[in-house]
Design a protein around this ligand. Structure first.
Ligand SMILES: C[S@@+](CC[C@H](N)C(=O)[O-])C[C@H]1O[C@@H](n2cnc3c(N)ncnc32)[C@H](O)[C@@H]1O
Length: 287
């Protein structure tokens, strides 16, 4: 039944091509024919919400009002899959290797900056914040420690800021973390948990398109860029690697997702863990 209803709108080749181009120019995300069904499903939702009669009507709206429609459209098209402590080995590395290293390396300015650069609904930056609370207990009040969480999608950022999750989202994390870092909802919110304010205090959520100017100066000690560059083409990936390299502190870490790699940019970094790359202390200019 659902399938028949879903295909009640017609998406022509011309409209699909326009949508792919629009997504590429706006967010750098490469869509091809294999994503047609996904695009169809996600945009059908917008068409229904807007009470439009066809893809053509939506196509015309996008053409006429690209600026006005962009945010809504990009929010619908992005893939926001994430989880707490996804790729757990990265958080182990952070706790056991990187935080002890940073305590020594940054002992003079007592400052640590971490950037979760495609933060989605916040599970990644909150997992970073939990790891900081675990590994830097004696430093949190006297050091200047901050995590910046950015994403292009304004809906996921609002969820991240709120810090409220279905309790099933934290089923897999250690019991101790559940007790220390989350409060349980009551009454109508019984199925929810909320991250505690000591975690939220460490985080700032901001909307940022990775393709645009980055307003922050850095330098960052660690950048998480996980499970986002897979949506970009080689050219965009390489431009981003250069910019990440520039904004990282000497000795800083760039962390990618499990199926991602630096390609030819690997030579500028040291591979210090599974998809964990360190900018050398004595770093070479890339260009
Ligand atoms: C699959 S999620 C990854 C979330 C998290 N990093 C993780 O690994 O669990 C990819 C995120 O990248 C964001 N994204 C896609 N294109 C982007 C762009 N051009 N600038 C910033 N964020 C983007 C999406 O909105 C989405 O939330």
């Amino acid at each position: 039944m659902e399938k028949i209803r879903e295909h009640s709108f017609r998406l022509s080749d011309k409209e699909f091509k326009f949508i792919c181009q629009f997504v590429y120019e706006t967010a750098g995300i490469v869509l091809n024919d294999s994503k047609r069904e996904m695009v169809y499903r996600r945009l059908t939702r917008i068409i229904r919400e807007r009470s439009l009669s066809s893809f053509h009507a939506y196509y015309q709206l996008l053409k006429l009002n690209p600026e006005q429609e962009k945010n809504y459209f990009i929010n619908a098209i992005t893939t926001n899959l994430t989880s707490f402590f996804r790729e757990e080995h990265h958080f182990d590395f952070l706790l056991k290797t990187e935080l002890p290293y940073l305590i020594k390396k940054n002992k003079n300015d007592k400052r640590i900056r971490i950037w979760s650069s495609a933060s989605s609904t916040g599970e990644e930056p909150y997992s970073i914040a939990i790891t900081l609370c675990e590994g830097l207990k004696n430093y949190l009040s006297s050091w200047d420690i901050k995590v910046l969480a950015t994403d292009i999608d304004s809906d996921v950022l609002s969820k991240g800021k709120a810090g409220i999750y279905d309790k099933r989202r934290i089923e897999e994390i250690p019991e101790r973390y559940k007790k220390i870092y989350f409060s349980k909802g009551t009454g109508l919110n019984e199925s929810k948990v909320k991250v505690l304010s000591n975690l939220q205090k460490l985080l700032t959520f901001k909307q940022l398109n990775l393709l645009h100017e980055w307003p922050m100066k850095g330098p960052f000690d660690i950048i998480f860029c996980r499970n986002v560059i897979i949506y970009f083409d080689k050219k965009t990936q390489q431009e981003l690697f250069e910019r990440y390299y520039e904004i990282l502190a000497p000795g800083g870490l760039l962390i990618l997702g499990h199926s991602e790699n630096l390609g030819s940019y690997q030579k500028y970094f040291e591979n210090v863990g599974r998809t964990v790359f360190r900018k050398p202390i004595l770093s070479a200019a890339m260009r």
